[in-house]
Design a protein around this ligand. Structure first.
Ligand code: ABU
Length: 635
């Protein structure tokens, strides 16, 4: 029935479809369609299976609207709309009288809205089932909107996509499900169970696209799984997800107010809020959302250099002295990348020594600055880190700010990871001094759990980003627009086209309130403390720093029984170096848990546990410890 329905529609000429055919007097278009469908099918009602009858009802529904269908399946409908609805043994026998007045429609709408609100699961299920049962093997993307009369097919297709996503979301939160179904790249390229990544000259059916959507998720990684600890960004926030869907549906560009009126204003609201939280006065502060922490850091260094040498914009690096900048040895590699990109050069990024916890040593910074000056180099910027990637260390920001003031250096704080901690009244003191920075990177897609990507670069001085980057393209940023062109923020960036990253953050902030983020972040800190305490008691685990964690990072080694009692030596460490990669490989193959590892300086491979996933519970932490022991005991 369903396929027939679509085929019939596809065969019809698109111009004036249905309108030219004679309609029996007194019957609406809907009624004609339903009658035509009955004639085509010539149903023997009594022999129909329940599912087939349901499917038929769904198709009838496609010719009216969703509210009406929910309405006529709803048992307490007025008798004028439904003549009779009887339940047989294994089937429903239904006589429909589609002589529905406007009053009836209103009445039905009220009831259907009520049904949805009252969580009448059966009614809602029925409404969804009708679309989910439709087979789309004979339907193609060209049949969807904006194709004429493509509404029903579009609704059906998108509901099926949503159903796939819902299934995936449910699986994601189910600890018993695997985090990933691992395959090697060559296997994916060769094709798995009909999942073909190659592209064809001919269109695939919508049904095939749905299979491809399912397979794409099947062979991916469930980053919201409670036992996914692999990256600083994890979790699956349903509100954030809704925000991302809306953003994709709006499909606009952030460069002008003209085409993104709500989003550009929303961005100013968010930037103001984040600047206030940092401790800057609203009149001063400025910023921009960018595609990730590395780009935000690049912006920080770009404006630092522009502030000191505005002539760089027109005349380039040739007119500058040999400028150098400083970052701790635990700082993010994006600083060196930015130096390479900006023509400063990685040799001119001076790495400052850290203490045993991974914090920049201020005396070392001062020493490096003086050394650079003696060598004829020109220091212009210090990058402090608030929440280092591996150890979660916070540099002493006040001490660094003092040094920057003395030497008149720009202070950029890379708080991509640690910025979220500003929302916790218990832990925000760890970023004390951030208010003295000239620029800050803060990624809500990390600790705050906003879906990727969402990163902000914030500057204390208003107007610098614009002055540094604007090119005043006349086709976009006309000065004589009807509205306040200060909201055309696109020229502040190094991009032209810019994705809307702000809406999902705004929606999540609305949904949680600042206190909601605080509760979530404080929970991660509690989990990190719990994890540290459990590990401390186990003699086959060793903490890289034996102190209560300052952030949610906890770094540790696992010692299999054969290495446990061997005293520390080069030879022992050569063996220990192999343990974490082997355990991790097995974790990936079995798909039970995901955790990252790395060597660091003179420390051989160790695991980095990190908490930023709202789905994680203490039991998952216990599971991780058991799992490492299970996978590692015989290594
Ligand atoms: N600094 C980018 C993120 C690194 C991580 O997730 O481990």
């Amino acid at each position: 029935m369903t396929e027939l329905h679509w085929r019939r529609r596809r065969e019809k000429p698109s111009e004036g479809e249905g309108e030219s055919e004679a309609r029996p007097a007194g019957l609406s278009e809907n009624e004609v369609d339903v009658r035509r469908m009955m004639e085509l099918e010539q149903p023997d009602w009594l022999e129909w299976e329940q599912s087939r009858l349901n499917c038929f009802l769904c198709n009838i529904h496609r010719y009216s609207d969703v509210c009406l269908t929910i309405g006529f399946l709803y048992p307490s409908l007025s008798k004028s709309s439904v003549v009779s609805l009887k339940m047989g043994k294994n089937m429903m026998i239904l006589w429909l009288l589609l002589r529905i007045t406007d009053d009836d429609k209103k009445q039905m709408r009220k009831k259907s809205i009520h049904a949805c609100q009252s969580t009448d699961k059966d009614v809602i299920k029925e409404a969804h089932a009708e679309n989910l049962m439709t087979n789309l093997s004979n339907a193609y993307a060209s049949d969807l909107l904006p194709s004429k009369e493509g509404e029903d097919l579009t609704k059906c297709f998108l509901l099926r996509v949503v159903n796939i996503l819902l299934h995936y979301i449910e699986k994601t939160f189910d600890v018993k499900s695997k985090i990933l179904d691992f395959h090697h790249p060559h296997q994916l390229l060769e094709g798995l169970d009909g999942f073909d990544l190659e592209l064809s000259d001919h269109p695939e059916s919508l049904e095939q696209l749905l299979v491809d959507c399912t397979d794409t998720l099947k062979y991916g990684v469930k980053t919201g799984h409670p036992r996914y600890f692999n990256q600083l960004s994890s979790g699956l926030d349903v509100i954030g997800l809704a925000g991302e869907w809306l953003t994709a549906t709006a499909n606009t560009n952030m460069f002008t107010y003209e085409i993104a009126p709500v989003f550009t204003v929303m961005e100013t609201v968010l930037l103001k809020k984040m600047c206030e939280i940092i401790g800057w006065r609203e009149t001063e502060a400025d910023g921009i959302f960018s595609p990730g922490g590395s780009i935000s850091n690049l912006y920080g260094i770009l404006v630092a250099r522009y502030k000191q040498y505005p002539e760089i914009k027109a005349r380039g690096m040739a007119v500058l002295p040999c400028i150098v900048l400083f970052v701790s040895e635990q700082g993010h590699y994006s600083i060196r990348k930015a130096a390479a990109t900006l023509g400063i050069g990685t040799d001119n990024v001076i790495e400052v020594k850290c203490d045993e916890r991974g914090k920049m040593i201020p005396a070392e910074l001062e020493k490096n600055i003086l050394q650079a000056k003696r060598k004829g180099q020109t220091p212009f910027c210090v990058v402090a880190t608030a929440g280092s990637t591996v150890f979660g260390a916070f540099d002493p920001l006040h001490d660094i700010a003092d040094i920057c003031e003395i030497h008149r250096l720009w202070m950029h704080v890379d708080a991509a990871w640690g910025g979220g901690l500003l929302l916790s009244r218990t832990h925000s003191y760890k970023l004390s001094g951030i208010e003295r920075a000239d620029s800050v990177t803060w990624n809500p897609h990390k600790l705050m759990g906003v879906p990727l990507q969402c990163s902000a670069l914030l500057t204390r001085e208003k107007g610098l980003l614009g002055a540094c980057n604007q090119m005043q393209a006349e086709y976009l940023f006309q000065p004589d627009k009807v509205y306040n062109i200060n909201f055309d923020t696109g020229d502040k960036t190094i991009q032209c086209g810019r994705h809307v990253d702000v809406f999902k953050l705004w929606l999540m902030w609305k949904a949680k309130g600042t206190y909601g983020f605080e509760v979530q972040i404080d929970r991660y800190m509690e989990l990190a403390k719990y994890f540290y305490k459990v590990l401390k008691k186990k003699d086959n685990f060793k903490l890289v720093f034996d102190a209560e964690p300052e952030f949610t990072n906890v770094c540790f080694w696992y010692f299999p029984p054969r290495l446990k009692h061997i005293p520390e030596s080069f030879e022992r460490d050569q063996e220990l170096q192999k343990i974490a990669p082997k355990i991790k490989a097995q974790m990936i193959v079995e798909g039970t848990v995901m955790l990252s590892y790395q060597p660091c300086g003179d420390k051989v491979n160790f695991f980095r546990m990190v908490f930023s996933n709202p789905a994680t519970r203490q039991t998952d932490v216990d599971y991780l410890i058991d799992e490492i022991q299970r996978l590692g005991k015989d290594l």
